[in-house]
Design a protein around this ligand. Structure first.
Ligand code: CMC
Length: 443
């Protein structure tokens, strides 16, 4: 029953047209599996059985290296060519011409807003920036030096107790209000976490200011009656929020979808996203970049550092990406904005080291062969530091921007009739059928 092509292939698998023909060499049976959008449905493999009571074949894919978990119309990435689009719009155009709130509207609604829609959206988000006083008191209960990301994680989850109606996730009007609240309150929770960690009084939102301007006010305002953000910093921060707004099925977004698939309220689902982003492999790489640049200390030490990387002693942080095998388009945009920020804050010697390091690495065979280019984190930490943010705030800033993406993905997931509660299978490797022994009889 096995064809010649399949025998040569060794795996017993051959393709023809838009189907995949699989021969199960255990039984000699052949199966034709449809290929749709470059994928096969894993459940099709369940039909491949050795007997009627066999569960059927499964795929084993730790870390989802080759598994699409959903259909999504939100973010497109072409890693080979360094392309990133939100709802079809190139990130370069959005970063240059749009604002974070407009991008958030685009992600959530699927279309760019008209002027009237944008005004209404901005108004709604602006009037929801305050949090209940009990939220503030809850946050004040944290230890004096609590990590702001831990505080953000707990406080965004706590919002579900302030809005119990949020559990009605099929109620369109109700859930829209939660979407507004999440995008509106995230900067407030983030800024309160920062001020707490600094031992400074919390600053209430200023609804006369723009989204990033208000955030800067809640971070920096001291005794002045009105904080006036520098428009260049406001713009740079807004751009950083845009660049971090979504990145399809990354670790934190998958966490939001997975937890949200239990039909829990969106605050709890987003708390799962914040938790995932807390990890050093996700939201913490830019901190590692800063530490690395400090360690390199001067341009003279770059060559020996790069040699060490090539020997495998360590990694060049901020380089390489699971998906991008080209320059991360976000890194290019951030690099440009670094200069804008330094005009206000004065230059940071780490930027010169970073630029020289990038130049040397991009000309080196080791990095060329492995398609290792700067990623979003290579320059973002330098800008955050120039904005006066301590390293603990880096993932918090990431979370503010990513909230619109998480919530757009959550909305898409709960309206997708193909989605069910996320429940992976396992390959059981433990023991079976042991006899329980009372404590006294155990060896
Ligand atoms: N420095 C030196 N060598 C590297 C680096 C690096 N930064 N990244 C990958 N390589 C090498 C790696 O040693 C391997 O070489 P070989 O084939 O000789 O063994 C080859 O390149 C392929 O690497 P990999 O580890 O199989 O690639 P991956 O897709 O599993 O890893 C990555 C992707 C981002 C974890 C990795 O590139 C890395 O550790 N980079 C540094 C950390 C970093 O900047 N992370 C931020 C990622 S962007 C954040 C986001 O979008 O959320």
């Amino acid at each position: 029953m096995t064809t010649e092509a399949q025998q040569q292939d060794g795996a017993g698998v051959a393709t023809s047209g838009d189907t995949l023909t699989v021969t199960d060499n255990r039984t000699g049976r052949q199966y034709e599996i449809p290929i749709e959008d470059g994928t096969i449905r894993a459940t099709e493999l369940r039909k491949i059985k050795t007997s009627d009571d066999d569960f059927g074949l499964m795929t084993y894919d730790p870390a989802y290296m080759a598994t699409a978990s959903c259909r999504s119309a939100i973010t497109f990435i072409d890693g080979e060519n360094g392309i990133l689009e939100y709802r079809g719009y190139p990130i370069e155009q959005l970063a240059e011409k749009s604002s974070y709130l407009e991008v958030a509207y685009l992600l959530v609604h699927g279309e760019l807003p008209t002027q009237r829609q944008l005004d209404e959206w901005t108004h709604q988000i602006t009037i929801h920036t305050f949090v209940h006083e009990n939220v503030k008191e809850f946050m004040q209960g944290f230890r004096y030096d609590a990590h702001p990301m831990g505080m953000l994680l707990a406080s965004v989850g706590a919002l579900s107790t302030f809005y119990p109606e949020a559990s009605a996730i099929k109620d369109h009007d109700g859930r829209y209000l939660q979407v507004i609240r999440l995008i509106a309150k995230m900067p407030t929770l983030a800024a309160f976490s920062f001020r707490h960690n600094q031992g400074k009084p919390y600053v209430y939102p200023d609804n006369d200011l723009s989204y990033p301007g208000n955030f800067l006010s809640m971070i920096y305002k001291m005794t002045e009656l009105k904080y006036e953000p520098d428009p260049r910093l406001e713009h740079a921060l807004d751009t950083l929020f845009i660049l971090h707004a979504d990145h399809e099925q990354n670790c934190s977004t998958s966490a939001v979808r997975s937890v949200g698939s239990s039909q829990v309220d969106p605050y709890s689902a987003v708390a799962a996203g914040v938790a995932a982003l807390y990890g050093p492999l996700h939201g913490g790489a830019n901190e590692q970049v800063l530490r690395m640049l400090r360690r390199i200390e001067s341009k003279d030490n770059i060559s020996s550092f790069v040699e060490g990387v090539k020997q495998g002693d360590e990694r060049l942080m901020g380089f390489g990406h699971r998906v991008y095998k080209n320059y991360d388009p976000r890194a290019k945009i951030i690099k440009k904005h670094a200069y804008e920020v330094f005009e206000v804050t004065g230059t940071n010697p780490l930027l010169d080291i970073a630029i020289e390091l990038e130049k040397i690495a991009l000309e080196d065979e080791y990095f060329i062969e492995r398609k290792l280019y700067p990623n979003v984190d290579f320059y973002s930490g330098i800008i955050y530091e120039a904005l006066g943010m301590p390293m603990e705030m880096f993932p918090v800033l990431f979370a503010i921007g990513r909230t619109s993406g998480w919530i757009a993905q959550w909305l898409e997931m709960i309206d997708d009739p193909e989605q069910k509660i996320a429940r992976p299978r396992q390959i059981y490797t433990g023991r079976r059928g042991l006899e329980y022994l009372p404590l006294a009889s155990r060896p």
